[in-house]
Write a protein that binds this ligand. Structure first.
Ligand code: 5AD
Length: 363
């Protein structure tokens, strides 16, 4: 049954939400292995076996939102708040570019004040001036169409803005009043209209989230025709409302890992040539195997942290988040070794835009 559904997707036939749900529900090791290896083979066929690295610079943890799951939510007094200065961001970007990352991601909490938005424009220009080939991805939340245009004009090509869940009721429950599902949707549409290569994603295993919600998330990615997808397991953060009373267990963790891998694989089958990340959350919840299993289930992007080492501990989105203290170059060597052992290679010095985007623009 599950093999027939996979064959249908491979044959470009349309599938139902129920069929997607049944793939996401697979638990048996032999069946999930088949799902992952088929998705990974499709990845190799569509985009090759090169894994792209992005140097992730988490340049500020100051946030005006109060999302109930997030460790850097505005009302959490514990993280020491920081904003890397321009020199420090440039140093981090140059270190990543010179090490061959080919692309950097600038991520921060959400701020909408002009001092902040202008500083982002400025830093994007400076990075582009240092290397016109370097891909720049921004991940700085919801902004006005004017600000998106300003950042795009400055040279940023890609933008990540997660929808977090497409279940509206659940979206409302896990966010503060400032966050509104329709405004998030409008922001994603504005990013696409601006010309950004647009990525979105969801958290997996949120309290109250069902497998059919997750099937709905995948259908949403396909309908929006997004270019990049980042998905990770929900990880309770004890300092947040959603982390406080969350009862976790090894079995529940294993289920969230499996569900994340199933989501990656089915997303690969459905969206074929998009970029999909093997996320830090997956690596955090499954420290030994998460990174490689994400890649083996069909992901093709890894985002190692290349920001200021002293700031990393304060960008605690969730408990025990993996923090590497390795400089960009050594981190790349470490990842190359791990990945080559499992038959994958790393792409160096290329921006690594998703094939999906270039192909769409040729159509
Ligand atoms: N568990 C998992 N992912 C989280 N994020 C924030 N908090 C958590 C958490 N507790 C994710 C969100 C956000 C991204 C930057 O980090 O999906 O978009």
């Amino acid at each position: 049954m599950y093999r027939q559904i996979i064959d249908k997707i491979l044959d470009h036939k349309s599938i139902t939400a129920g069929e997607i749900t049944s793939l996401l529900a697979l638990e048996d090791a032999e069946k999930t292995e088949y799902l992952y290896s088929t998705a990974n083979a499709l990845k190799h066929q569509e985009i090759g076996n090169k894994v792209f690295l992005r140097g992730l610079i988490e340049f500020s943890n100051i946030c005006t939102r109060d999302c109930l799951y997030c460790g850097i939510r505005k009302s959490n007094p514990i993280p020491e708040r920081y904003t890397m200065n321009r020199e420090s961001i440039m140093r981090s970007a140059i270190e990543a570019i010179d090490a061959g990352y080919g692309s950097v991601v600038l991520q921060s909490g959400e701020r909408n004040d002009p001092a902040f938005t202008r500083s982002v424009t400025d830093i994007v220009r400076k990075i582009k001036k240092y290397s016109s080939e370097c891909g720049i991805t921004l991940s700085c939340g919801e902004q006005t169409p004017e600000i998106y245009s300003e950042w795009h004009d400055a040279g940023a090509e890609r933008y990540l803005l997660r929808i977090e869940t497409t279940n509206r009721e659940l979206f409302r429950k896990i966010h503060c009043r400032k966050s509104d599902f329709d405004l998030r949707l409008a922001a994603l549409e504005n990013l696409q209209k601006t010309g950004f290569i647009t990525g979105t994603g969801v958290m997996i295993g949120l309290p109250g989230q069902t497998i059919s919600d997750l099937a709905g998330d995948l259908i949403f990615f396909a309908e929006m025709d997004v270019d990049m997808i980042g998905m990770g397991p929900f990880i309770p953060s004890p300092e947040t409302p959603m982390g406080q009373n969350f009862q976790d267990s090894p079995a529940a963790i294993a289920a969230r890992v499996r569900l994340t891998l199933n989501m990656i694989a089915v997303a690969r089958l459905m969206l074929r040539d998009v970029n999909i990340a093997s996320t830090t959350a997956l690596q955090t919840i499954s420290p030994d195997k998460g990174l490689v299993s994400g890649i083996k289930a069909g992901a093709n992007v890894i985002m190692p942290n290349t920001g200021d080492i002293n700031c990393r501990k304060n960008y605690m989105l969730y408990a025990n988040k993996v923090i590497s203290n390795t400089p960009a170059k050594e981190e790349m060597a470490r990842l190359r070794e791990i990945l080559e052992k499992s038959g994958e290679t790393i792409a160096t010095g290329v921006a690594g835009h998703p094939a999906h985007y270039s192909r769409r623009n040729l159509r």
